[in-house]
Design a binder for this molecule. Structure first.
Ligand code: G3P
Ligand code: CA
Length: 348
């Protein structure tokens, strides 16, 4: 071997890059998501497995645990304010019965003003508790029902604090033009409007999403939209004419059963797949469940246990780097190679 073919030095960076490149999996192991991107961790109703759902405390904990998106379901108060709340009624998750009593024979959100709703405290349900070890919420009233605007403000302030862009994934729970208008108005007021913004608007009503799309067009907005639930009623290619993604239930059966073929068919139509609800609290079975769906190429998971979803995504990315990491690695190799060649020339 002549000297010109033998590297005269092995820069540590080059050695590291070569080792890392050798460790890269074959291209067959690339992420199976729609665009090869890392799957999203979506905090379903906040970190709702740990803290009361749809509270600033729960959203903030989810962000601290690494959520990419926080998910507020939205209802309208009597005086027309958007509030983060899953149910159409207040009694399952709050102390409305003891504080305000029933209205019109029940506890509909739409029968109470925002000022009244603001008097209520959200109770923990399921595995949630009123506090989480080592976590102190930064909001003054962390367990009150937040308005949509307060959730948006939290995402912005937490984004500034953590150095990450915190995504918002609002769900229009009511198929009403007023709700559509208010969702778009709030998003616009907080500076959202482009398809590249970290926002998805979701609904179980395709009509609502069509209406939102038309309103977005009129306003010059292009925020991404996701259709939830039963996709057996229309072909993926039809659904893809209106929305950017689908949100299927991972417990659905029959034609809606979410499996590898289902995800591949949705991808073939250009649709993202964000499955709900990952509610397994036990880390081991949870890891197996995330591993299965993420391995099939699911693009995002609505999870009650943000930390478990985050860990599962990290495990996936450790095994299968994102295309950007791959490109960065190859780019790095090229630069180091060039530098080495120049040095050889200089030293020859
Ligand atoms: O939005 C996805 C998932 O949250 C739908 O179920 O009932 O929890 O709003 P739900
Ligand atoms: Ca929801």
């Amino acid at each position: 071997m002549t000297a010109s073919f033998r590297p005269r030095f092995a820069p540590p960076a080059l050695a590291a890059l070569l080792l890392a490149a050798a460790a890269l999996p074959a291209s067959a192991d690339a992420l199976k998501t729609l665009h090869g991107q890392a799957p999203l961790v979506i905090a379903h109703r906040g970190a709702s497995g740990y803290l009361p759902e749809h509270t600033l405390a729960g959203y903030e904990l989810a962000i601290r645990m690494g959520a990419d998106y926080i998910e507020p379901d939205l209802q309208l108060s009597k005086d027309g304010h958007l509030v983060a709340m899953h149910d159409t009624t207040l009694n399952r998750t709050t102390d409305v019965a003891s504080k305000l009593g029933a209205r019109n024979g029940g506890y509909k959100v739409s029968d109470y003003t925002l000022a009244e709703i603001k008097q209520l405290t959200v109770k923990p349900t399921g595995t949630a508790k009123t506090s989480y070890p080592g976590f102190t919420p930064s909001s003054a009233n962390p367990l009150r029902i937040p308005t949509f605007d307060e959730v948006l403000a939290l995402a912005k302030s937490q984004g500034a604090l953590t150095g990450r862009t915190i995504g918002i994934y609002p769900e229009a729970k009511i198929a009403a033009p007023a709700m559509e208008d208010k969702i778009l108005a709030s998003l616009q007021a907080f500076g959202y409007g482009r398809s590249s913004d970290k926002v998805f608007i979701q609904s179980f009503s395709l009509d609502t999403l069509k209406s939102l799309r038309a309103k977005q067009d009129a306003l010059g907005m292009s925020i991404q939209e996701v259709f939830l639930g039963n996709t057996a009623s229309a072909s993926f290619s039809d659904i893809a004419k209106w929305v950017n993604g689908i949100g299927p239930s991972i417990t659905a059966g029959g034609a809606n059963a979410v499996n590898q073929a289902y995800i591949a068919a949705a991808h073939a139509a250009g649709l993202l797949v964000h499955g709900y609800t990952f509610a397994q609290a036990n880390p081991e079975p949870a890891a197996a469940q995330y591993g299965k769906y993420l391995g099939w190429g699911m693009d995002g998971v609505f999870s009650n246990y943000t930390d478990l979803a985050y860990n599962a995504r990290a495990e996936l990315l450790a095994a299968v780097p994102e295309p950007e990491s791959y490109a960065l690695m190859l780019g790095g190799l090229a630069v180091v190679g060039l530098v080495a060649r120049r040095r050889r020339k200089t030293m020859a």
